[in-house]
Design a protein around this ligand. Structure first.
Ligand code: HEM
Length: 404
């Protein structure tokens, strides 16, 4: 089969609208199509909502063994084992076992119990934002609020002490976006991060506390059902999956509301709407532009197309969430839209484990931001904003705002 030129446009640095336009162009060519990725890997890109949902729940569309992570040829085997043995890369029955074990520690009660702590963290960060911006100085909300909030929350949840968090942030940022960094940079960051996680686990084993790593260690001790690599990979996954995604939900959400003032007015007038607002922001401009790659275990027919066995399948969540066959006027932000299930957190057995935490953080953060700063506005014209080059993440490079 003749290969088409590699697709790059949705994954490069660009204006936010240009990224959506790139996915819309791809969607216009059909809901299921074979494309060459910028990495040189051919994939079946799924841009239709119904087709993406079907693919994500299909028993023959699996993760498959064989490390889809970045720079896999160059990553030492020991490091790969400590990063890859997690539920996002696993298929049943391993996935079922891992998800059950982590769910026993990552409980609704534990997440809901974080609410007062999250409010305190949000208020503290916004005190700093307010002080830094009090004379009308522009503040990068992503650096000052978006990144530190989820990192602090996950660190609290995991039991990472405050003094380790800056390095944590640096390693995690590189590890999550490995494919846009040279192999050495990625491997150095991942090695440091995994080394630190191993230390943390050893520490919690010796001196357990009321945190998630201690709870996971206890789950492991109970019948020894989580191996050392599985435990390390699980903590690694929670960090990389929950950090940048949540930061970009909050900052992408803020940018979206600031550029849709009528919708922002509705939010300010009725803060009770916040849960629905967060859902519409997830649909309209979710932080995960694609899911992680899947593979066909057998030939699969979706959207009238037969995908042969052994091929890579990539649901394009950003495109699916703007599918006009599913959402009325999908290009319009409408915070009063009746609830409809978007795919921003994926679907099927790998549906985001951290969705309740991300939703809670976003509600508290956006509520506090718009409540506290009635004059909040962009410090640059919206057309100067850019989204970062990334394979997975749909997130701004910076979000300069004025808070007074
Ligand atoms: C899985 C998105 C926040 C932990 C996923 C998937 C998506 C996603 C799309 C499925 C990927 C796939 O099918 O390949 C998001 C978004 C977030 C967010 C948009 C923020 C707005 C979080 C947080 C955590 C988390 C805060 C935890 C601290 C996970 C885990 C999985 C996952 C563990 C794997 C679940 C499994 O394989 O069973 N997330 N996520 N995520 N997410 Fe999130």
């Amino acid at each position: 089969m003749a290969e088409s030129p590699p697709i790059t446009s949705p994954f490069v640095e660009a204006a936010p609208a240009a990224r959506h336009a790139a996915f819309a162009d791809l969607a216009a060519a059909g809901p299921v199509q074979r494309v060459m990725l910028f990495t040189g890997v051919p994939v079946w890109l799924i841009t239709g909502y119904a087709e993406a949902r079907e693919a994500l729940a299909h028993p023959d569309i699996i993760k498959g063994k064989g490390g889809d992570g970045p720079h896999r040829d160059a990553v030492p085997a020991e490091l790969a084992a400590a990063m890859d043995h997690h539920l996002l890369g696993a298929d049943p029955p391993d996935h079922t076992r891992l998800r059950r074990l982590v769910s026993a520690a990552f409980t609704r009660r534990r997440i809901e119990g974080l609410e007062p702590e999250i409010r305190l963290i949000v208020d503290g960060l916004l005190d700093d934002v307010s002080a830094a911006g009090k004379h009308g100085a522009p503040i990068d909300l992503l650096a000052a609020f978006g990144y530190p909030l989820p990192l602090t929350v996950i660190s609290e949840l995991l039991g990472v002490p405050a003094e380790a968090r800056r390095e944590f942030q640096e390693w995690t940022t590189v590890a999550i976006n490995g494919s846009v960094h040279p192999a050495e940079t990625f491997i150095a960051a991942a090695t440091s991060l995994i080394g630190y996680i191993r230390e943390l686990i050893a520490q919690k084993l010796a001196d357990p506390s009321d945190d998630l790593v201690s709870a996971l260690v206890a789950v492991r001790a109970d019948g020894d059902r989580l191996s050392e690599d599985e435990l390390t990979s699980m903590v690694f996954l929670l960090l990389v999956a929950g950090y940048e995604t949540t930061a970009h939900l909050i900052c992408g959400g803020t940018q979206t509301l600031l550029t849709h003032p009528d919708q922002l007015d509705l939010v300010r007038a009725e803060p009770d709407r916040l849960p629905a607002v967060v859902e519409e922001l997830l649909r309209f401009n979710g932080p995960a532009q694609v899911s992680t790659p899947y593979r066909t275990a057998a030939p699969v027919r979706i959207g009238g197309v037969t995908i042969p066995a052994g091929e890579v399948v990539l649901p394009a969540l950003l495109a699916a969430n703007r599918d006009p066959r599913q959402f009325h006027a999908p290009e319009r932000l409408d915070v009063t839209r009746p609830p409809a299930s978007h795919l921003a957190f994926g679907h099927g057995i790998h549906h985001c484990l951290g969705a309740p935490l991300a939703r809670l953080e976003a509600r508290i953060a956006l509520g506090a931001l718009v409540g506290r700063f009635p004059g909040l506005r962009l410090a640059v014209p919206p057309e100067e904003l850019t989204v970062q080059a990334s394979f997975l993440i749909n997130g701004l490079t910076t979000l300069p705002v004025i808070v007074t």
